[in-house]
Write a protein that binds this ligand. Structure first.
Ligand code: NAD
Length: 266
């Protein structure tokens, strides 16, 4: 019956189980919603306990929440084990949690503790996510792993070197591990968003330009260099995520899908 439903209703993730880190908010939440609307059961893994639980309640019976700090390998391992104990399988792992930081204009002034903190979430946590997803996907010989990179991992000079370095590492990780995992039937891809209005981006704007209203800055960025009238939102990234994890992309691996309204084409 469910197979009939997926074929005849266009639900692209019928019977699939997805684990999404950083899904209490923003891009992760929009993607969790999209996946559920396409027939998946989704585990929301986030460091924010109340918001994560509220999000799961809002998304209904096909969503569940687990507290997870991606910098702790045991939390990631537990989240993956939770997927197996609750749903018997893990088809999709979306390593989406990420943070930014205040970066000094000069590398000479870089606080290495801040650098380590960002790398710990954006790279170490993401690699651990891939490691534990692969642990349960390899024996099944199938799976789709997705990561959130950024256009700051495609082009340097965006005046935020620490965050940019971490996102270059995300794209490098995806390419390195896609080639390793392809022989196990596991695809590994990433998405590079730009200036999607979420709490993260508003905080980032405030860090980078403390004297400018974050919303106003976002409007300036959009009017300067992205598709006219595109009016981007987290759902634009969720659409890209759905494509990459679904069978529509069954021959796509090691790819970085830039979703930036044309910004990096200038
Ligand atoms: P967001 O702030 O709405 O969501 C980020 C989520 O990650 C939050 O729910 C937060 O609690 C969670 N998180 C942070 N640290 C964590 C940790 N240690 N363990 C588990 N969860 C943790 O922001 P968003 O814009 O949806 O960001 C999602 C991803 O998108 C990030 O990786 C970010 O770098 C990336 N990104 C966003 C944009 C954009 O324009 N919004 C652009 C490029 C990249």
């Amino acid at each position: 019956f469910y197979r009939f439903l997926s074929t005849h209703t266009g639900r692209k993730l019928q019977d699939k189980v997805a684990l999404i880190t950083g899904a209490a908010s923003g891009i992760g939440k929009a993607t969790a919603t999209k996946f559920i609307n396409n027939g998946a059961r989704v585990i929301i893994a986030d460091i924010q306990q109340k918001l994560g639980q509220d999000t799961a309640n809002e998304l209904g019976p096909n969503a569940s929440f687990i507290t997870c700090d991606v910098t702790k390998e045991s939390d990631i391992s537990n989240a993956v084990d939770f997927a197996i104990s609750e749903h018997k399988q893990l088809d999709i792992m979306f390593n989406n949690a990420g943070i930014a930081c205040k970066t000094p204009p000069s590398i000479v002034d870089l606080d290495m503790a801040v650098f380590d903190k960002v790398m710990n979430v954006n790279v170490h946590g993401l690699v651990a996510g891939i490691k534990h997803a692969a642990r349960v996907m390899i024996p099944r010989g199938t799976g789709s792993i997705l990561c959130t990179a950024s256009i700051t991992g495609v082009m340097g000079g965006m005046s935020q070197h620490t965050y940019s370095i971490s996102k270059f590492a995300v794209i490098g990780t995806v390419k390195s591990l896609a080639s390793e995992l392809c022989r196990h039937g596991i695809r590994v891809n990433c998405i590079s968003p730009f200036a999607i209005p979420t709490p993260f981006v508003m905080d980032e704007m405030s860090l980078l330009y403390p004297n400018l209203d974050a919303q106003r800055h976002l409007e300036i960025v959009h009017s300067a260099g992205v598709l006219k009238g595109a009016n981007c939102e987290p759902d634009d990234i969720a659409n890209a995520a759905l494509f990459l994890v679904s069978d529509d992309a069954k021959y796509v691996s090691g790819h970085n899908l830039v979703v930036d309204g044309g910004f990096t084409s200038f």
